[in-house]
Write a protein that binds this ligand. Structure first.
Ligand code: ZN
Length: 71
């Protein structure tokens, strides 16, 4: 995948975490699970939460593909 910001080839990999990975418009201060209106990004949430992602080291951006999430 080409970086949409600079056009160079991105590095394909994963964003991985210890808990469900989600996008939220407001930072959670205490409860680190997604709310009903948050967007779950990760799959394999019981064993190794991860989502496919593309990294551009030049732009320092990561693009997440959450089409395989387990929402
Ligand atoms: Zn870039």
């Amino acid at each position: 995948m080409k970086c949409p910001f600079c056009g160079k080839k991105t590095v394909e990999g994963y964003v991985q975490g210890a808990r469900k990975i989600f996008f939220t418009e407001d930072i959670h201060n205490f409860f680190l699970a997604p709310d009903f209106d948050d967007l779950l990004l990760s799959k394999n949430n019981w064993t190794k939460p991860n989502c496919k992602a593309y990294h551009c080291p030049d732009c320092k951006k990561v693009i997440v593909d959450y089409s395989e999430n387990e929402a």
